[in-house]
Design a protein around this ligand. Structure first.
Ligand code: GAF
Length: 388
């Protein structure tokens, strides 16, 4: 759990001013992987792990960010933020500042302290949580407000344009709009969403394979490029296909032979994943947990075999989970190539599930995993002065 009063104290000590605090959560995705940038469907939930941004205005025209857990602090003149980052952790808050400036929002000089407990590089959206918490904080000192979906879009732009990671909208959106005890089915084209309650007797158990992933690294971008290549081939026959959201399995059967085999597989993952994701939301709402579990299993196989975004350790984690008592569904979550699995587990079995999977995974891989239990939590918000 984040030490809210410790963060407040740290800020006071460093900058001599009482800060205002904002919290933005990380996320776990139940289903719908790499569908967001194809205008498709995703169903994540915000989690108990988060970033807190503590901010106070300063008298000169500079922006200073500091952190104990992300790394060294840094300061820039407000007029010298630039359009691209420098591969430093502070690219996330400075990217947010750059985008707000581009939007014509006059953010005055500030001191910003950022602390978080979202495991880094684990596929749980630590970056989105830093961006969203930073943006809420900067909007506060600018005395400006924006609707949450707009904040999500601007944070995505910070990550795409300033940090240089070609992510979709899912992570920033659920960090902004997540709701306690609910998963969020998002239509990534219209940004309409509906909240599906997670049954009270289920727990979210997140298993960290400890295999690091990185979005700025090549694999995420190369998958995205393959998806775009496949989309362009379909568009020759069906110009109304703007993105893979508009394509069907029939389209792929008819014209898939024109695609390189790997491109066809990537497209098949996305087209079928969209169908599974909407069906999974329906199943969750209908309390049809067998169907939900089956769809999560199919999604993992598709992610592993068609999208080729899994890794041996994640496959082992999922295989082990599926054998344990109380497991409703298990799959690799997030951008892929490592990170965490998401497991829906009957709460009465969750503790035993965690200890058994930890021991079995370590026995199979020699890696000691981290296992986190989380609720589906609320989206980004201001922390009241007395929050501790
Ligand atoms: C990462 C990206 F940031 C998201 O936009 C999404 O594409 C996800 O990978 C895969 O579903 O988290």
């Amino acid at each position: 759990m984040l030490d809210v009063s410790g963060i407040r104290e740290l800020h006071r000590e460093k900058f001599g001013k009482e800060p205002i605090l904002f919290l933005a959560p990380g996320r776990v995705n139940l289903i719908g992987e790499h569908t967001d940038y194809a205008d498709g469907f995703v169903m994540p939930a915000a989690i108990d792990f988060a970033t807190i941004a503590a901010i106070s205005p300063c008298s000169d025209a500079s922006a200073t960010v500091c952190s104990k857990n992300f790394g060294e602090g840094i300061s820039h003149a407000l007029g010298e933020i630039g359009a691209h980052g420098s591969h430093h952790w502070s690219d996330y808050p400075f990217g947010v500042l750059a985008i707000l400036q581009q939007e014509g929002i006059a953010v005055p000089g500030f001191h910003l302290t950022l602390e978080g407990d979202v495991p880094l590089g684990a596929g749980l959206s630590s970056s989105a949580s830093i961006e969203v918490a930073s943006m809420l904080a900067m909007l506060h000192v600018a005395d400006a407000s924006l609707p949450l979906p707009k904040i999500a879009l601007l944070c995505q732009r910070a990550e795409n344009d300033y940090v240089g990671a070609p992510c979709g909208i899912m992570d920033q959106f659920v960090s902004c709009c997540g709701a306690a005890d609910h998963a969020l089915l998002l239509d990534c084209r219209s940004l309409d969403y509906r909240l599906a309650p997670i049954p009270k007797h289920l727990s979210l158990v997140i298993c960290n394979t400890m295999v690091k992933h990185s979005h700025a690294g090549g694999e995420y971008g190369s998958r995205r490029a393959e998806v775009e290549e496949g989309t362009a081939i379909l568009q020759r026959h069906r110009p109304e296909v703007r993105l893979l959201r508009d394509a069907t399995v029939e389209d792929l059967k008819r014209w898939g032979h024109e695609m390189p085999p790997n491109v066809l597989k990537r497209c098949r993952h996305i087209v079928t994943e969209n169908v599974r994701t909407v069906a999974a939301a329906d199943a969750l709402e209908a309390n049809d947990l067998n169907t939900l579990g089956r769809l999560m299993a199919e999604a993992h196989v598709s992610y592993r075999d068609d999208f080729e975004a899994s890794c041996p350790e994640a496959d082992i984690m999922v295989e082990l989970a599926n054998k344990l008592e109380g497991c409703v569904g298990a799959r690799l979550t997030g951008g892929g190539f490592g990170g965490c699995t998401v497991n829906l587990v009957e709460s009465v079995h969750a503790k035993q599930f965690a200890s058994k999977i930890s021991a079995a995974y370590e026995a199979r891989t020699g890696i000691h995993p981290e296992i986190y239990q989380s609720h589906a939590s609320a989206g980004a918000h201001k922390l009241e002065q007395d929050a501790s």
